[in-house]
Structures are given as C-alpha cells and as structure tokens.
Design a protein around this ligand. Structure first.
Ligand code: GTP
Length: 206
C-alpha cells in the first residue's frame, strides 16, 4: 500500500458469500435501514457517507451475486477492496464451509499485492431462523478466532443495529490498518538521528 492510499478517506468494502445468504439484504439494510425481501441478481457498487466514531467517511460497497463471483473480475474485486464482509447463512452448512475458501482467496490475493493482513468481518446471517439452524454460533466464533477476524451473528430481516455494527466495525478496522502502516523514514528524521548520535558522542567524550 502506498502513502497515498494510506491517506485516502474512503473505504472500499466487498461483500462475499454463496447464493442466497443475504448479501444484498445486508447491504440494503445498512444503506436504507430497510428489509425489502427480494433483491434480484444485479452486481452493484453503492457509495454512502457515514459517520463512524464522530468522523465522516465515504463507504463504497461492492455487492455481487455469487454466480458472478468467479468471472474474470474476481481478482479485480479482491484487489479493489480495503476490507471484506464474508456472509454465510446459519441455515446453510455449505455457505459456512465456503467462508474458509474465501479467506484463502483473499489471503492469496492480498499477499500477492504485498498486504499481510486485510480487515475481514465474518457474518452469520438469518439469525431469526433458529428452527432451521445448521451452524452453531460457536463454530462461527471459532472460525473468526482462527482467522483473526471479527464475527457477528445477525438478522438482516429483523435487526438494523447489528448490521450497523458490522459495517462500522469494519470501517474502524480499515482505519486502524491504515494507521498501522509504517511511514518510511524521511530525510529530516535521518538527519535528526545522526545529529543525536554525534551530540551524544561529544557529551560522552567531555
Ligand atoms: N429470514 C430471513 N431471510 C433473509 C435474511 N436475509 C435475507 N433473507 C432472504 O434470503 C433471500 C436471499 O437474500 P439476498 O439478499 O438476495 O441474498 P444474496 O446473498 O444477495 O443472494 P445472491 O444475489 O443470489 O448471491 C431473500 O429471499 C431474502 O429475503 C434474514 O436475515 N432472515
């Protein structure tokens, strides 16, 4: 990541997961506070201005149907992202198993472009459908722990605030990861360190 990227004020978020897990429902809930039920299969990038911890931030969200994920734009999408939301449905074991594969693809792409760790949030959606639960909360927590990610169980259908926490949590991590990027030593700081060493030597010899 370059110094210029580190100064950027917007955050690019990609929402990934298998078919029908609620990627669009989550995105639309965050953007409009509404759950509209049916969403269609349209790949979209949405931009929204949000306030996180008192600071305004533009968030760009790329939501695409799973069927289009492995088309040629996959690596483009992975490289565009500053952070990821990986969604599974608690009623769909296969969608949960897919999260590990997504984590590997992200790691491979981001390592390739020189980033060791990119912020990722894992989300178990459809928490309202307890009677159809196939994936325990503990499994989600363990996966997130082992991959060093945040984890939330939510219901896009029933709850807005937990969705807000997912997006805000990710925006905060993106900011923190940008702050953690070490700035290369400038000429001024090199001159300062050299002068400090000489000054110390002179006082030592007195
Ligand atoms: N009960 C329940 N249904 C949900 C929830 N979130 C989404 N759904 C439903 O699940 C279905 C799929 O939701 P989408 O948001 O279209 O899922 P998607 O992951 O974007 O699906 P693709 O576009 O096919 O990749 C829709 O019928 C939604 O109404 C939820 O939290 N609870």
């Amino acid at each position: 990541m370059t110094g210029l990227t580190a100064l950027r004020m917007d955050a690019n978020i990609v929402v990934l997961g298998t078919d029908n897990v609620g990627k669009s429902a989550l995105t639309v809930r965050f953007l409009t506070r509404r759950f509209i039920g049916e969403y269609g299969e349209i790949e979209s990038i949405y931009s929204n201005s949000v306030i996180v911890d008192g600071r305004q931030q533009t968030v760009n969200i790329w939501d695409s149907p799973y069927s289009q994920l492995f088309e040629c734009s996959e690596s483009k999408r992975l490289q565009w992202a500053d952070g990821f939301i990986l969604v599974y449905s608690i009623c769909d074991r296969a969608s949960f198993n897919n999260i590990s594969k997504l984590l590997l693809s992200i790691k491979a792409t981001k390592d390739y472009v020189g980033l060791e760790k990119v912020p990722v949030v894992i989300v178990g959606n459809k928490q309202d459908l307890q009677h159809r639960r196939m994936v325990l909360s503990e499994e989600g927590w363990l996966l997130a722990l082992s991959a060093d990610c945040q984890f939330y169980e939510v219901s896009a259908a029933e709850n807005y605030h937990s969705i807000l926490m997912v997006f805000h949590g990710l925006v905060k991590s993106i900011r923190e990861s940008r702050l953690a990027i070490k700035k290369p030593a400038g000429i001024k700081s090199i001159v300062k360190s050299v002068s400090a060493v000489f000054a110390r030597r002179q006082t030592d010899s007195l």
